[in-house]
Design a protein around this ligand. Structure first.
Ligand SMILES: C[S@@+](CC[C@H](N)C(=O)[O-])C[C@H]1O[C@@H](n2cnc3c(N)ncnc32)[C@H](O)[C@@H]1O
Length: 263
């Protein structure tokens, strides 16, 4: 089946993205995967969505409950302790000339790092860098490192704005890999094979998730924390947990579901 383009601007956006890919040979493998994903494999994005949403709705708790249950920590101090930094980050997001996704459950990420006494964290999906900021605020206390993977925003010339809300003073604790996960993650695992916390928030397709979940899980230490955003997009997270006998907590956050478990 051919992809459907609704407007001239959509056709132009696809063309612009395609040309930007052609200029970046390091992203050719992802270009090939994107073509397959958007043509023969279009159903993959929503595979099992209904089943997973009713499962998630039946078991979900709030972020506050999850952090208390799993880590025994109250999430309230985060917003007051980091009020100034979060306000500045918010202003940076507003000033940013390109538009990306906003903040997720920052307390969950921050307190996961605190609970795990994290010295090394890996995340997929950076955008403005809200999740990166949450992890870095904890990691900097221990001189730890965050390894992030993000596809540059090719259609918007947005490369330079990835991680825009992360303050300069936290950047020495941060390594950003600007490739697709399939290329970034092997490079990251060669540099650092074992992580205290992993956070997934990038390729939302079923296949992309399933591949990355298995890779991230292999490189998560025992007792480490696994977090995945937007698990209601399809059943990849539920299927991954069931096939590995993992008992997961589901968090409902702003109308979406996040999965989290301690390995
Ligand atoms: C929802 S945003 C991430 C938001 C971020 N975690 C935060 O809290 O601010 C998803 C990001 O994943 C990136 N992405 C999508 N597919 C990807 C892939 N295959 N490899 C790497 N990054 C990808 C997008 O470029 C986008 O920046």
């Amino acid at each position: 089946m051919c992809p459907k383009f609704n407007t001239v601007s959509e056709i132009l956006r696809v063309l612009k993205t395609f040309i930007a890919y052609l200029k970046r040979p390091d992203l050719y493998p992802e270009l090939g995967r994107k073509i397959v994903k958007n043509t023969v494999n279009r159903g993959n994005a929503f595979k099992g969505k209904e089943k997973t949403n009713s499962w998630a709705a039946s078991t979900a708790v709030t972020q506050k409950e999850a952090v208390a249950m799993l880590f025994g920590i109250d999430i309230d101090p985060f917003r007051t302790s980091y009020a100034d930094i979060l306000k500045t980050a918010d202003q940076r997001e507003k000033e940013c000339p390109i538009k990306m996704g906003g903040p997720g459950a920052l307390e969950l990420i921050y307190y996961a790092c605190e609970f795990a006494n994290a010295k090394s964290v890996v995340e997929t999906g950076v955008a403005y860098g809200w999740s990166s900021l949450a992890a870095l605020l904890s990691l900097e206390k221990r001189g730890g490192l965050l390894y992030s993977s993000d596809m540059p925003y090719l259609a918007q010339d947005g490369d330079q704005y990835v991680g825009y809300v992360v303050p300069e003073n936290l950047k020495p604790n941060w390594k950003l890999f600007r490739f697709a996960d399939k290329e970034s993650l092997p490079k990251i695992f060669t540099e650092n094979p074992s992580f205290d916390v992993v956070h997934y928030d990038s390729d939302k397709s079923y296949n992309g998730r399933f591949w990355a979940y298995n890779e991230l899980y292999k490189h998560l230490r025992k007792g480490g924390i696994f977090i995945s955003d937007d698990i209601g997009d399809n059943s990849a997270y539920q299927d991954f947990c069931e096939s590995n006998n993992i008992k997961t907590t589901v968090v409902e956050y702003e109308g979406k579901y996040i999965g989290v478990f301690v390995k």
